[in-house]
Write a protein that binds this ligand. Structure first.
Ligand SMILES: [Zn+2]
Length: 348
């Protein structure tokens, strides 16, 4: 009993972490680079893998002067002026894909990404500077946004490219189950869905390492959102399926190298926790919606802290993801009032 309980704990591998902008070795030929972010979440972990003739990079940081300076320092110091061989990007979010275009063009190396991430990233960069579409405004109106919140959405629309250097015009596709040789090791590509459309994780059985990106984080639960481009999407179904699948594809004793937070062991325990948390959230949501509610009214069922500022954008997407999941499993119904606002009510 005790043994199984102990086995399920999450433990952190290293007492230290790299300084911001600094590098630390986590395994032979595997370096951990901690890059600053200009957001509430103030860092991202990037990974440098010793390749045949230099270093392969996994994830790149947001595209800012500060990130570029840190990359230049890393080339000279940690990489000892060995060339970058290629750039892997786990998924399209600006903290991961931001410098990928700049790095691959500057260094004339290949970008490796899954197809949906590559294409969606190019679309979002192309949307930069365009006005918010009517469908987007209607989407947030139907969720219960106030006129003030709608103004913030309109202002924020098209800001994706602010932190993303445009991707190169060609790339190499990563697919689920691919085995990619990097230096002396083979890394298996494991695709996860729900946080982003086709998120690539890298798993090395020999080194017992799992570069998880945002698919598995030790303390934060990754945002799972519905966006105006696909209002009826059910990303939570994909997310839960991916969490369950990961338990079959990576062993319990793997060292997880996450994009945020510290390297940890206890992948299965963390996956169980995340599955449980969503289950608890869904149950609380059903309880709250015994009386009809708008998406904007359901935050207390899903979030502990008060939602303010740009967090509203993430919270509304995540709330609709949970509501759509319940709609698709017949635990919720939705009605639209005369002003176009959706009201959700539990069926039991
Ligand atoms: Zn992400």
């Amino acid at each position: 009993m005790l043994a199984s309980k102990l086995k399920k704990e999450i433990t952190y591998e290293f007492p230290e972490r790299p300084e911001t902008g600094g590098v630390m070795q986590v395994a032979p030929g595997v370096l951990w680079l901690r890059m600053p972010l200009p957001f509430a979440l103030a860092h991202i972990n990037l990974w440098l893998l010793e390749d045949d003739d230099g270093w392969a990079i996994v994830d790149t940081g947001v595209f800012t002067d500060e990130s570029q300076e840190i990359w230049e320092q890393t080339f000279s110091n940690a990489m000892e002026k060995q060339p970058v061989t290629r750039v892997f990007v786990t998924h399209l979010h600006p903290d991961h894909a931001g410098c990928a275009g700049w790095l691959t063009k500057k260094l004339a190396v290949e970008l490796l990404m899954s197809r949906e991430e590559y294409l969606l990233c190019r679309i979002l960069v192309a949307d930069t500077g365009r006005p918010a579409p009517d469908t987007g405004i209607r989407f947030y109106q139907s969720a219960g946004y106030s006129p003030k919140a709608l103004e913030i959405y309109k202002k924020m629309f098209g800001s994706f490219g602010q932190y993303v250097s445009p991707l190169p015009e060609s790339y190499r596709r990563l697919k689920d189950g691919d085995l990619v040789s990097i230096g002396a090791n083979d890394w298996e590509i494991i695709i996860g869905r729900g946080h982003s459309p086709e998120h690539a994780c890298l798993y090395c059985a020999d080194l017992k390492l799992f570069i998880s990106g945002d698919q598995l984080l030790p303390t934060i639960s990754s945002n799972v959102s519905v966006h105006p481009t696909e209002p009826a999407a059910d990303p939570l179904l994909d997310w839960m399926a991916s969490l369950r699948e990961l338990k079959d594809r990576i062993p319990e004793d793997v060292l997880v190298l996450p994009a945020h937070g510290k390297a940890f062991r206890g992948a299965h325990a963390r996956l169980d926790q995340l599955i449980d948390e969503h289950g608890t959230g869904l149950a609380a949501l059903q309880e709250l919606c015994k009386e009809p509610k708008r998406a904007i009214d359901v935050f207390p069922a899903l979030f502990k802290s008060k939602i303010t500022g740009t967090n509203l954008f993430f919270a509304i997407g995540e709330s609709i993801a949970h509501l759509n999941y319940l709609l698709n499993t017949d635990r919720m119904t939705v009605e639209t009032d005369k002003s176009g606002v959706h009201w959700y009510q539990s069926t039991r």
